[in-house]
Ligand binder design. Sequence first.
Ligand SMILES: CC(C)(COP(=O)(O)OP(=O)(O)OC[C@H]1O[C@@H](n2cnc3c(N)ncnc32)[C@H](O)[C@@H]1OP(=O)(O)O)[C@@H](O)C(=O)NCCC(=O)NCCS
Length: 161
Amino acid sequence: MAPQTALEIRPLAVPDLAPVYAWIEGNPLFARYGMSRTTLAAGLERAVADPEALVVGAFAPEGKLTGFAWFVKRGAFARSGYLRLIVVDPAAESSGTGRALMQHLEAKHLKPNGIFLLTTDSNVEAQSFYSRLGYRKVGEIPDYVHAGLTEWIYHKAPART
Ligand SMILES: CC(C)(COP(=O)(O)OP(=O)(O)OC[C@H]1O[C@@H](n2cnc3c(N)ncnc32)[C@H](O)[C@@H]1OP(=O)(O)O)[C@@H](O)C(=O)NCCC(=O)NCCS
């Protein structure tokens, strides 16, 4: 699908986060990790103010938030970018929001050492999404984030010249 060029990607402020918590709390995948506003708010609000992190949102032309991403600049091996979380409003899925957020992060942070991320082994939708964007699976870690859940590690490398 073509990216939604009309989306504006910009940093989020703490008051912008309310719908993000609702999307997370409505998703059974995140419930399996025990993720909720209560468990996330302190870390996410610190990240909003952290120059080493990026918490960005995609806004539709009428100003509605349609997705968000939480990225740590050298969050993988103190060397590569790390996508900590990306969530799109369920009502806006499959309309280019996720791609627009990733393209925004990659434009500035794919070079020089690429971007890593984790996804649950059962999250085939996210795996398809990352594959379409050029990420490849480079490993697996059982019981890493949560007991009983296996994380797949994905990496996208910049073109080497
Ligand atoms: C995964 C997620 C971020 C994708 O965002 P999105 O805005 O729906 O994705 P886009 O519309 O930008 O799609 C980009 C590409 O990924 C593909 N894709 C997206 N969702 C897909 C799905 N469920 N199945 C197969 N392919 C998919 C699209 O076909 C598109 O490819 P194309 O442009 O080559 O046709 C979103 O669905 C989401 O928030 N899911 C729930 C939370 C989640 O799982 N987050 C990731 C945790 S690791």
